[in-house]
Design a protein around this ligand. Structure first.
Ligand SMILES: [Zn+2]
Length: 424
């Protein structure tokens, strides 16, 4: 007797399979499993995927849109300045409450693992206290990883470095940074070296907001690749955003990308945010500001899609749907070949899980029993429709259900029900 049986679904690789669950583990995956189960989900004709993973988010700021007021210019810098006010006004309880509400949204969208940067700038570290509390509270159903993020600079803010160390001592999981925001290029490069050494000493992953600017001379990812290789951090090092690469000289990039690949640095562009925030100083043509996704992938660099923000000082929209992120990324990076469209789905699932080092991820025997059933036939259709998450299973338990997204017509001579799936 299994605890749960998901029957008749189609896996992302196209195989039809039943999935049996015992406790919090996948007990069996086979074309047909004839066995009793306490609970059965009929996924016939639907896509069954491992859960969505967001490798780049800001949960301390989420759902705060309009507080203390909206970002009128729409720029990264006004967003940082607004957040600078809000982080001192918001109480721990308010941040916890907003984050928990966001996690409810995430679960309903099949998003079950999030890496969130946590601002370590204010000396009170209320952001860190709040997010550590949230990490504990959501543990039974959502894996939350925290990054010590010196939003106002490691060196530019007077206690920037001390507070990163304090946050790591409090139990934050990953070392973060923001080299392009330091006072000089030299300070930026020094911060990358310093942070990589901290990560190496403590045996932690590193994930830097890196070169989130339209300035083609912002080349901190070069230093990141160098330090990661020198210190042997390959496989647990990430450059987030990398938007300056959009504007860099092509000859320089032809040297840079192989160095990133060789070092084992992963990349996380955040297409919703990059397309909204970058190019704001341009007249026309306006740069898109998305990093070079396909070009990095062609060299074997792991590139995932991150969400970054939902309803906060930097972004006034968002729904915790990683398929919105994949959809925008597909368009802006022009990933329209059938293989590339399917890859956009893989990026918000498997690739993101690999980048943040999730254990037991996947739909194979022995993996953690977390999955999502989508009202779509295959990964590309899921990206196209961003459909209902019919069922979400986290660590063996059904944690959310949604109805199908069918419409009903009242046009004489036409069908009453309309589904937007290709197969009808
Ligand atoms: Zn960010």
């Amino acid at each position: 007797m299994f605890d749960l049986l998901v029957k008749g679904g189609t896996l992302p690789d196209g195989r039809m399979a039943d999935i049996a669950v015992s406790g919090d583990r996948i007990a069996e995956v086979a074309p047909k499993i004839d066995a009793e189960a306490r609970e059965v989900i009929d996924a016939t004709g639907d896509l069954v995927a491992p859960p969505f993973v967001d490798p780049h988010f800001h949960m301390d700021a989420t759902l705060s849109y309009g507080l203390p007021r909206v970002n009128a210019s729409g720029t990264l810098l006004e967003g940082i300045s607004l957040w600078g006010e809000l982080r001192d006004l918001a109480t721990v309880d308010e941040m916890v409450e907003r984050a928990l509400r966001y996690c409810d949204w995430a679960v309903s969208m099949g998003l079950l693992a999030v890496r969130s940067h946590v601002d370590t700038t204010p000396d009170h570290l209320n952001t860190v206290t709040a997010m550590l509390e949230v990490r504990e509270k959501v543990k039974p159903y959502l894996d939350l990883q925290l990054v010590a993020f010196p939003q106002d600079g490691l060196y530019r803010a007077p206690t920037g470095r001390d507070n990163v160390i304090r946050a790591l001592d409090m139990g934050v999981d990953v070392v973060g940074g923001i080299p392009h925001f330091e006072r000089t290029m030299q300070d930026g490069a020094a911060s990358v070296r310093d942070l990589c050494e901290i990560a190496a000493e403590r045996g932690l992953p590193i994930d830097l907001h890196c070169d989130e600017t339209d300035d083609p001379h912002s080349r901190h990812v070069e230093t990141l690749a160098y330090e990661v290789q020198r210190l042997g951090l390959g496989g647990r090092a990430t450059g987030s955003h990398l938007t300056s690469m959009h504007s860099m000289d092509n000859y320089y990039v032809s040297k840079l990308l192989p160095l990133i690949a060789e070092a084992g640095v992963a990349a996380i562009p955040n297409p919703l945010i990059n397309i909204v925030l970058q190019g704001r100083h341009d007249t026309f043509p306006k740069r898109r500001g998305l990093t070079r996704v396909k070009e990095m992938q062609a060299l074997g660099i792991d590139v995932g899609w991150g969400q970054d923000c939902v309803l906060d000082p930097w972004y006034s929209l968002g729904t915790a749907d990683m398929l919105d992120v994949a959809f925008m990324g597909l368009h802006v990076a022009q990933m329209t070949h059938p293989d590339e469209m399917a890859r956009c789905f893989t990026m918000v699932t498997e690739t993101n899980a690999k980048i943040i080092g999730l254990d037991g991820y996947g739909l194979a025997k022995g993996c953690t029993a977390s999955l999502v059933v989508l009202d779509a036939a295959d990964p590309t259709e899921a990206v196209r429709l961003r459909p209902s998450r019919l069922a979400v299973v986290s660590k063996g338990k059904v944690v959310s259900r949604s109805a199908r997204g069918d419409g009903s017509l009242t046009i004489p001579g036409r069908p009453e029900a309309v589904r937007r799936r290709r197969g009808g």
